[in-house]
Design a protein around this ligand. Sequence first.
Ligand SMILES: Cc1cc2nc3c(=O)[nH]c(=O)nc-3n(C[C@H](O)[C@H](O)[C@H](O)COP(=O)(O)OP(=O)(O)OC[C@H]3O[C@@H](n4cnc5c(N)ncnc54)[C@H](O)[C@@H]3O)c2cc1C
Length: 384
Amino acid sequence: MTESEDIRLIRDSVRRFVGTHMPREAARKWDKGNIFPRDVYAELGKMGLMGLTVPAEYGGQGVDIPATMAVIEELAKRSSAVTCPYIMAACYAGMNLVESGSETQKRALLPKVAKGELLFAYGLSEPNVGGDLAMVETSARREGNRILLSGTKRWCTGAQIADYVFCLARTGPKEDRYKNLTIFLVPPKSQGVAIRPLDHLGIRGVETNDAIFDDVEIGDDAILGGAQMWNQGWKQLAGRALEVEKLELSAVALGLAEAAIADAIDYAETRVQFGKPIGAHQAIRHTIADVKTKVLAMRLMLTHAANLVQDRKPSALESSMTKLFCCEGASEITLTCQRVMGAYGLSDLMDMERYVRDAISLPIVGGSSNMQKNNIANRLKLAE
Ligand SMILES: Cc1cc2nc3c(=O)[nH]c(=O)nc-3n(C[C@H](O)[C@H](O)[C@H](O)COP(=O)(O)OP(=O)(O)OC[C@H]3O[C@@H](n4cnc5c(N)ncnc54)[C@H](O)[C@@H]3O)c2cc1C
């Protein structure tokens, strides 16, 4: 598939960066130790890649969603320890501020995003709330000039390294569901915030946490978009940034699938059993033909959806289809490639087991596959 010259150059520069600063041995160490390689991330920031979601007037490179996806894909091939913070900067911070920030917030924060100096953690999920985000229990109330925020956000990835938690909170009766939600930008170092790590399978290198808010005092300036956006959080959540969220996970899926296939092919060509490379046995040849076919379809879907979002064309249907197909695809492809490598596919001396651990989380996180199917069916106006 041909790519624009601009994206090809960006992709090549990220590949060189990965080769130099993110060798396989280092990436395995970050994965095992759940280590965020801050120095490597700082080097990446110098390349200006976090500015790919930031308009030039705020210090960025101009919003380029397909290029952002190419960066995520290339980083995801090697390590979630660098991919996650990149997403926290370019997508969680950059996209949301560009789409929904007040002018003051944009002027203050976007130049830092573009320089790689600012990270947002997503505080949406809660102990009792997953897909049904309109039911969040974290709440905020006004007392005089103060706003007091209380509740627990679960699976808040990167809260311990973030500058702000992007916190979805209820600001009225829960019966009103999505009509009275507000998004607050809360520094995790604020008084009354506690961050507690959670362990889980895959997507390691940036810890996932409980972020607990106990009457945390904030002002109107903490409301995404400014004071007039009180109770307007749902609209902000459901906009273009949400489309990008589905695509960024699809880009991670594509990167993991590509990496798994490349390693499986290398292995199939060098591992000899029954007198010939295993890649010469028809079952393995067909397996590789199947996964290569599927990954091309994933790439085409992602490119199509990213171009729609870039051009501000309707994309909710296509982005849900892309998230569904790519994340399920990565899960299947990595498991299939693991089989090609036999016992070595299970060994922590190889990267395959990491691809599998990372990929199997993708149909669950950021809106499960079932939720994407619901979105698709709703967009198609199917009966319910
Ligand atoms: C490693 C990791 C990192 C994460 N990072 C973040 C983060 O940074 N910020 C954040 O806010 N969240 C984060 N999450 C949470 C993630 O986004 C949620 O797991 C996801 O939204 C799904 O919610 P849930 O797991 O609670 O599942 P639930 O919503 O409880 O669903 C459980 C099961 O029921 C199915 N289901 C639920 N409702 C329906 C329905 N209406 N129709 C059909 N099926 C349904 C689901 O598909 C799923 O199979 C992370 C999770 C993990 C594991």
